[in-house]
Design a protein around this ligand. Structure first.
Ligand code: ADP
Length: 306
């Protein structure tokens, strides 16, 4: 039977223009190709968890525009429980503007809009769902007050939290003591620890520092270099699968969503990490965020043939 996972986080509509090169300040470039997609770390991780085999409830705050309606319909069609995808009156859905050049360099600006209207009361309304979940999956694109509230509920009811501390912004690190799995990339690890994370030794030191801050399992993802995982008494290297990468957007989100599913199924950490590495490797071979997210069958087949 599918295990229950609750993802609480952002939903965005992404407007992407790809040009040969990025503009300088004040410059207009007119050779762009336009693509509108749906994203937000919360939404990407919810979709990844659902496609990799979880029974997912997504708690998120959207506006009342047409984008919100389409997002909820899409997620319903994916089999995700959308009862707590709130449509906030008079609000706009979170929006990201992405400029991309042909080498994959980008400028991204985000307007959180309705994402910042996800209040503790929105979480309370879904308390029963949280209580039934094997894992609660969080990121950093909702109000910090709400994240702290979710942590207080998790502490009270002994719920497991997987926290992808992304994008990094200053926060109260006392929550790490109540974090079951902390997943970050190098930049976020640097932000939290204040340590430089460049060499293999740096990665080990940062992982150790994050364990010292209280997270039970620490995972640092390293793009095409794979990931490392640490606990108080273990250190594990997780190689990335070798694939032809065309777009790494949302690789971290696919990693987190699929990891939560594998862990919810009671797999060991090394097994779960291999599953997540496979899911994210598949996703980087395809363009776009949500369209690139693989299904369980593909992940299992990929693992069997690797
Ligand atoms: P983020 O997008 O959060 O920075 P990463 O770039 O570290 O996350 O990617 C997360 C995971 O996705 C990696 O640990 C790795 O398993 C996988 N991954 C990322 N890029 C590649 C790649 N080029 N080839 C294979 N796997 C990749």
């Amino acid at each position: 039977m599918k295990k229950k996972i609750t993802v609480i986080g952002s939903s965005n509509v992404d407007f992407l223009i790809k040009t040969n090169r990025l503009p300088r300040m004040g410059e207009t470039i007119t050779d762009g190709v336009f693509m509108q997609t749906y994203g937000g770390k919360g939404a990407n991780q919810a979709l990844s968890a659902s496609r990799s085999g979880g029974k997912v409830t997504f708690i998120s705050s959207l506006g009342t525009d047409d984008y919100a309606g389409t997002m909820v319909r899409n997620f319903n069609a994916e089999g995700i429980d959308t009862r707590f995808m709130y449509k906030k009156k008079d609000a706009a859905t979170g929006t990201a503007m992405i400029m991309l050049d042909r080498e994959g360099n980008n400028y991204i600006t985000v307007a959180p809009e309705a994402n910042y209207l996800l209040t503790p009361a929105c979480i309370d309304a879904a308390l029963n769902v949280l209580l039934e979940s094997e894992i609660i999956v969080l990121q950093m694109e909702i109000p910090w007050e709400t994240t702290e509230y979710i942590y207080s509920l998790a502490k009270k009811h002994k719920l497991k939290i997987q926290f992808n501390l992304a994008p990094f912004r200053p926060f109260d690190d006392k929550v790490l003591k109540d974090t079951w799995v902390l997943a970050v990339n190098e930049t976020e690890a640097e932000g939290i620890t204040g340590l430089q994370v460049v060499t293999d030794d740096d990665v080990r030191n940062a992982a150790r520092a994050l364990v010292d801050l209280g997270a039970e399992h620490v995972i640092i993802t390293l793009g095409a270099q794979g990931a490392v995982a640490a606990t108080r008494d273990r250190f594990l290297e997780v190689p990335a699968f070798s694939v032809d990468s065309v777009d790494t957007t949302a690789a971290g989100d696919v990693f987190c969503g699929s990891l939560a599913v594998a862990l919810s199924e009671g797999r060991s950490m090394p097994d779960a990490l291999r599953f997540a590495a496979a899911a994210s490797a598949i996703s980087v071979t395809r363009l776009g965020a949500q369209p690139s997210i693989p299904h369980r069958k593909e992940i299992d087949t990929f693992l069997e043939s690797s």
